[in-house]
Structure formats: structure tokens, C-alpha cells
Design a protein around this ligand. Sequence first.
Ligand code: PEP
Length: 248
Amino acid sequence: MSRKKIIAGNWKMNLTPSEAKEFVTNLKSKINTDKCDVVLCVPAIDIPVVLDTVKGTNIEVGAQNMHFEENGAFTGEISARMLTDMGVKYVIIGHSERREYFGETDQTVNKKVLKALNNHIIPIICIGETLQQREEGITVDLVRLQTKIALKGVSREQAKNIVIAYEPIWAIGTGKTATSQQAEEVCKAIREVLGEIYNVDIASKIRIQYGGSVNASNASELFSMPNIDGGLVGGASLKPEFEQVINF
Ligand code: PEP
């Protein structure tokens, strides 16, 4: 089964709307989107300008978070319907920074995943272990559990479109990349649990990214592994080297 690679940039809390416009204008003239899908997950306030700047290209725009409720008294939050209405196609759910600083849990991740899918937004679901969990030898158990909880109530039909980002927390923003073997081992285990939850055919359609200090020099080796279908890229997605990651 050949899956089209998907490379998503996670800008985190960086770039103002005018900086975003300049960055994307430059990027879009340099990248080839034939061999992979490209998604820019930008701060909410940058979404309109980035959508406008990518018009006429295959680049998609994603959000970095959304609320799981339909609407209501949730000051500062953004709903799935708001994102769909703007033309946003993807949303990162459960990034480790959201889990660490904003109290997100596997349960809120599950609610957000269901809400995103019901609004035709593709969730990029982040899972991954801390360094301590890796040293304790529980990485695979943990990502299996995170995957199962995140996908509770997600139908087979919906599951085909999701993206899972395996992001070892110790590799995010640290410059310490997992080796391609370490990343492959966990992505393979995630595909196995997807096969158990759904079936092997559906598992073979779901794209699994690796994230954690991906850059121009390690992208092509990581993305050549059989179960790694691209990357979720933080720091390097804000630099000119992002074009080399995309053109890996
Ligand atoms: C991320 O923010 O999801 C990420 C992987 O960051 P970095 O590439 O900077 O490690």
C-alpha cells in the first residue's frame, strides 16, 4: 500500500500575520507538492492571511488546536465549525505542549478528534513518550493506549483520513532526533494497534508521521522508513530549510 507522505509545519506561537505572509510567499515558490501533501499549522490569527497566500497551490492550512464543544462560553477558544467555515482542513490535536501546559488529556484529545472529524477536519493526533517512559521500557504500551483512547468512537470510514504524529517528547525542540530505527519501531507498533482496532487494510491507509527535531539533514532518512509517512516539523518549519524538508 503506498501512502502519500504528509509534511506538516507546526509554527507554534511564532510569526505575526505580516511575517506569515512573507514567509509563505517565499516558501510556495520553492517547494514541490507532487510527492507529498504539505500542511501549514499556523497560529489562529494567521489563518486568514495564510489561506489567502496559498490560494492556487496545493498547500493546505491547519490549526494548532480547537475546542471539543460546539460553541458556548469558552473565552479564548476556537470551534471546529469556525475552522471549517474558514477553509481549514487539518488540526493538530493533543500536541505535547498542549498536554503539558494546558491540561489536555487522552480523554480531551478523544473528544476533539471526534468533533474535528464530524466537521470534516482531519485531526493530526499527537502521541509519544517522555524520556523517563522510554527508559522504563513502556513506550510501545503507552502509544498503544494513547492511540486506543484517542480513537474511541471513530468509525472505520473516518479512521482512513486521520493522521497520527508519533512525537517522542524528549525529541521535540531539543535537537535530539530519534534514530530512524527508533522512530520506525514505534510507528510500526502504532500501525499494528490500528490494525487491531480496525483492520489491516484500514491501518495500511492511515498516515503516521514522525515529529521531533526533523530538519533538512535527517528528513529523507526518516521518511524512507516503511511506516513513517512524513513528519510534523516544529522549529525547522519556520526556517528556509523547511523547503529542503519538503523536497526531501
Ligand atoms: C513539534 O512542535 O511538533 C516539533 C516536532 O517540534 P521540533 O521539530 O522543533 O522538534
